[in-house]
Design a protein around this ligand. Structure first.
Ligand SMILES: [Zn+2]
Length: 169
């Protein structure tokens, strides 16, 4: 008789604080250059461990660290040379002082989704990832990404451990 499959999951959570500026298009209050001490909380859930870990915290935080002390822009706000177009205004900001993200708006919600997707892409063992972006202690936007693993898990029940490992490679 097949061994009963465990249903537990591993969960790790880490946070990273970074200070950066942004300009939110279409917003009256946030449509000017202003900054926050953003706190990113990353939660990753996995059914399997790699080297005893869901993943390394340092690796998880590396993308977010790249935003520190930058002007964070949507790709839509980037013009030629050092030009930045935001909220109907033109700015000249040295490109090395900017971080450009593939988001429509640099809101907490869109950044949460962007980083959840970037992180999930790198780790095949992660089933679900949530990124929370705090703009202030009391305001946050978050995104939870669930990876489509059902097919693999259906197979997994029938497989031995070594075969399961191969599924995640
Ligand atoms: Zn803001």
């Amino acid at each position: 008789m097949a061994k009963a499959r465990e249903n537990g999951m591993f969960n790790i959570q880490t946070e990273k604080e970074v200070s950066f500026a942004h300009i939110v298009d279409g917003s009256v209050k946030c449509g000017v250059i202003h900054g926050h001490n953003f706190v990113f909380v990353i939660e990753a859930i996995s059914r399997t461990l790699v080297g005893g870990m869901v993943t390394d915290f340092t690796v998880l935080k590396k993308h977010i660290a790249e935003l520190d002390h930058k002007l964070v822009l949507s790709y839509r706000q980037v013009g030629d040379g050092n030009r930045v177009y935001a909220n109907g205004k033109e700015y000249i900001i040295p490109r090395e002082e900017c971080a450009i993200l593939e988001v429509e708006h640099t809101t907490a919600e869109e950044m949460a989704k962007y980083f959840a997707e970037s992180i999930a892409e790198e780790y095949t063992n992660i089933v679900s990832i949530t990124v929370k972006v705090y703009e202030t202690e009391r305001s946050l936007g978050s995104y939870t990404l669930m990876k489509p693993y059902e097919e693999k898990f259906n197979v997994r029940i029938e497989k031995k451990d070594e075969e399961v490992e191969k599924l995640y490679e």
